[in-house]
Ligand binder design. Structure first.
Ligand code: FES
Length: 159
């Protein structure tokens, strides 16, 4: 499929999603959620479509996408690793763990590895505070992160 055809397909699917959901109360967040579910991220070309139908500016939509950590403006890698950056995890050495993970993967938060193997994202509490520091790999929670578990995670995303 050509880039233009792909872009047209994204635009028409996004327009259908916006149309289905525009009557909801406070429709912007559910629409963005649905668009990310559909495409794995919020493609730039969908922002003006959303803005037009909801009668808000592109900048407002962009502001919301960048404000909420759950929305991605670029496609994710094959794996998504979310590392908890909230208080309980921080108090259990979460900063050092996050730095080790980032170093082991060779990427920072909000980045995707060059080989597209993994995207690293921060998350603010996974409800796993009793097992801090915590992370989530492809939807599976991992508690009590330590050097061994980090090694396991790195092996898994690179396999
Ligand atoms: S603060 Fe990290 S899981 Fe709750």
């Amino acid at each position: 499929m050509s880039m233009q055809a792909a872009s047209t397909q994204i635009a028409s699917r996004a327009a259908a999603i916006v149309d289905e959901m525009k009557a909801l109360e406070g429709p912007l967040l559910p629409i963005l959620h649905e668009i990310q579910e559909e495409f794995g991220h919020v493609p730039a070309e969908t922002l003006p479509i959303i803005a037009k139908v909801l009668n808000i500016s592109n900048a407002e939509v962009h502001g919301v996408v960048t404000f909420y950590h759950d929305y991605r403006n670029h496609p994710a890698g094959r794996h998504v690793l979310k590392v908890c950056r909230a208080e309980a995890c921080q108090s259990m050495g979460g900063d050092a763990i996050a730095a080790q993970i980032s170093q082991a993967l060779g990427i920072g938060f909000h980045e995707t590895a060059k080989d597209n193997s993994v995207t690293l994202e921060p998350v603010y509490c996974l409800g796993l505070c009793a097992c801090a520091p915590a992370a989530m790999l492809d939807g599976e929670v991992i508690g009590r992160l330590d050097a061994d578990k980090i090694e396991e995670i790195v092996r898994e995303v690179r396999s």
